[in-house]
Write a protein of this length. Structure first.
Lengths: 399, 303
């Protein structure tokens, strides 16, 4: 009798433990590793991306998580590492991620990190002679043109600047026929801004019928822009196009105000359509026109922006791309049979890569995003302008 | 495992860079030119493997030789000045080299893409290692074989007459000159050897990162180059290795989990290390203790 009193509770406890264990086994963790710059001049990009990724993961988990290939349910877990916008650190971070059970990586912030990172990946999937890292990377921020073609394992969800500025300059020409000349200002030592001026704006503006009458160059860490703005003043251009990130964009705009340089129109870099620009120089930036792939103009975009703000981040064209990436990954994980077990990590990575490569279009916050065979995105976009201390939609080319 | 092997690659390359400055520091000269020589080695070796299809070893040796020759040519006028003036002169040289690569454009078509240096856009697709099936372990082994060879060569030099001459110049130029040592020849030789070693490091760096650009070879890298041997100590070649492990292994990688706090601690811990061990992590006392330990063990074995 005494023995049965001991055995009965033990059996019940064991049964309860078994039920608990099986429910734990049925609900797994799907690890997504984010990384980017959380230090230095471009710190805000990484901070925002991390907040948006965590907000998106919570949103997915509250909605029931992801359905895995064997019928189990998975909860998304996000980690985030700082690469300090440094190529060597980015490589180290990726190798560290590849050594964990993360099934996909999201990042990096900087194009000068993305280029070497994509370079150490296996170039052609399945090439046994190529010892490159086999890890799918989905990039939200590094925007320099044409990087995803470096590797079959690299994918990006960044806007196509070439098309955006082509359409923007054509629209400006149609709306303001009296404007004839463009003067460029470029942050010369940053891969993205340099690329956008020399390979995009400087090419697209003459195609639309504008004459480029000069250019001024400065560096990411510069704090004095007097000489550059003096050159700008001499050129007396109708339009000043600034291809620079928020920090130096604000520096130049303030110097323009000081030297009373007042072009008829200002055009900015996509990356500057962010909160940082308004926090730094809302008054001087008033009226600047920027094409962007994010604005909280749809219900989905508003939800993403609100939830990201709750996590301490700001949804802008770069970080909002991370939200879209998380939603795309949820779909790919569910359709490609990912099981998220410790012994299937490499298989899961391959399934996610193949799933991403097979996508022709995805649903974004502003509408449908086309996916190219090279792993790039063609995203819908709008033109915003700074108005009364906030970004307002000026024109929607898709409407 | 792959991460740790990757980290050993990084530590190996940075130690080679630090050793290139170590040779020059032995003569009492502070140089900010090492990033420039590192960049020359990187670009030339990368062009030879990527554009000309060379094997990495001869490509690296050519890159390093060019860096050594440039160091020799630059060394003659630069070493006529010393102290802060030399720092300014070598900084100017480093910036000259960086801006040269910033403006250097030479690309050829390779399949569907153009490869080669593209000015400010950088030089991508330097994929010798993965394209030839080198695993992370193979690359780490390759780097460490070269590093150990350089360390052994410098250790041997340190114990030879050449090392004594370098240290004599570093300790007291006037005294060294009074015993017949040719100061210019000694300093320029050290500069050229340092340039050659930096060139080797640059050649490896270009291939393990697969992408290089002018910004990689800035004053910041040159500062790290001299910080490694100064923090590690100039008594012994191993000091530089310990300093690189301390900075890259512990401060940069080991503290990554601390997020934003890592950057605050980075500077603070270096200041603490320099205060606790002002003569370097591996100073004369450590060398003496280790030396005694070895001689005691050897004595016991002989008995």
């Amino acid at each position: 009798m005494k023995r049965s009193w001991i055995i009965a509770p033990a059996v019940v406890a064991a049964a309860m433990l078994g039920v608990a264990t099986s429910s734990v086994a049925a609900e797994r963790t799907v690890k997504i590793a984010g990384f980017g710059a959380k230090s230095g001049v471009v710190r805000s990009f990484g901070v925002n991306t991390e907040a948006v990724m965590r907000a998106a993961a919570d949103h997915i988990n509250k909605g029931g998580g992801v359905k895995l290939g064997d019928g189990a349910t998975g909860k998304i877990e996000v980690t985030f590492d700082d690469d300090r916008c440094n190529a060597e650190e980015g490589i180290s971070v990726l190798r560290r991620i590849a050594g964990t059970d993360a099934v996909v990586a999201v990042g990096p912030t900087c194009s000068n990190v993305a280029e070497p990172l994509f370079g150490i990946l296996q170039k052609k999937v399945g090439d046994a002679g190529d010892s490159g890292v086999q890890m799918p990377i989905f990039t939200d921020t590094a925007i320099k043109g044409g990087l995803a073609k470096i590797s079959d394992w690299a994918f990006r969800n960044v806007p196509n600047e070439s098309e955006m500025y082509q359409k923007l300059f054509a629209w400006i020409k149609a709306e303001h026929g009296e404007l004839k000349t463009v003067y460029g200002g470029v942050e010369e030592d940053f891969a993205h801004s340099r690329f956008t001026w020399h390979k995009v704006m400087k090419v697209r503006a003459p195609e639309a019928g504008f004459e480029v009458v000069g250019e001024s160059k400065w560096l990411l860490n510069d704090t004095n822009f007097a000489t550059q703005v003096r050159e700008m003043k001499k050129a007396k251009a109708d339009i000043v196009a600034i291809s620079a990130h928020p920090f130096t964009t604000c520096g130049v705009l303030k110097e323009m105000q000081r030297q009373r340089v007042k072009p008829k129109l200002l055009v900015g870099l996509t990356s500057s359509s962010s909160l940082e620009t308004l926090q730094g120089c809302a008054k001087q930036a008033e009226g600047i026109i920027i094409p962007t792939s994010f604005a909280p103009v749809t219900p989905a975009a508003k939800v993403a922006a609100d939830l990201s703000a709750e996590k301490g981040g700001s949804a802008d064209l770069h970080s909002a791309a991370a939200w879209e990436i998380m939603m795309v990954l949820k779909g790919v994980i569910e359709t490609s049979g990912v099981t998220a077990k410790p012994d299937t990590v490499q298989d899961d990575r391959r399934k996610i890569r193949d799933g991403l490569a097979a996508l022709k279009e995805t649903e974004g916050l502003l509408g449908t995003i086309q996916r190219t065979a090279e792993g790039e995105a063609i995203k819908p976009y709008v033109y915003v302008h700074a108005k009364g201390g906030s970004w307002a939609v000026l024109h929607d080319p898709g409407s | 495992m792959d991460f740790l092997l990757g980290l050993t690659q990084l530590i190996g390359v940075h130690t080679i860079l630090g050793l290139s400055a170590y040779v020059v520091l032995l003569t009492g000269q502070v140089t900010i030119a090492q990033a420039g020589f590192f960049g020359i080695g990187a670009y030339i070796a990368a062009m030879l493997t990527t554009l000309a299809g060379w094997h990495i070893v001869p490509a690296m040796l050519v890159g390093a030789s060019v860096a050594g020759v440039v160091a020799c040519i630059v060394g003659f006028p630069a070493l006529r000045v010393k102290g802060l003036m030399l720092v300014v002169a070598t900084t100017a040289f480093g910036e000259f080299v960086r801006l040269f690569w910033f403006n250097f454009d030479y690309q050829i078509a390779k399949g569907e893409i153009m490869v080669g240096p593209e000015g400010g856009e950088g030089f991508k697709q330097i994929r010798y290692f993965p394209e030839n099936g080198w695993t992370t372990g193979d690359v780490a082994l390759f780097i460490w074989v070269i590093l150990i060879a350089i360390m052994l060569a410098l250790w041997w030099m340190d114990r030879s007459r050449a090392g004594a001459v370098l240290r004599a110049v570093g300790e007291d130029e006037l005294a060294a000159q009074s015993v017949g040592i040719n100061l210019t020849a000694t300093k320029v030789t050290a500069f050229a050897v340092g340039g050659f070693i930096a060139g080797i490091g640059g050649g490896i760096y270009a291939h393990y990162t697969t992408h290089i650009e002018h910004a990689n070879f800035s004053v910041l890298l040159a500062t790290f180059a001299i910080a490694y041997p100064i923090l590690g100590g100039l008594t012994n070649v191993t000091g530089t290795l310990f300093a690189v492990v301390f900075i890259q292994g512990i401060l940069v990688e080991g503290l990554r989990f601390m997020g934003d706090w890592r950057n605050l601690l980075f500077g603070a811990l270096i200041v603490v290390a320099m205060n606790v061990r002002p003569r370097g992590l591996i100073d004369e006392r450590v060398v003496m203790i280790v030396g005694r330990a070895f001689s005691t063990r050897k004595g016991r074995a002989d008995a």
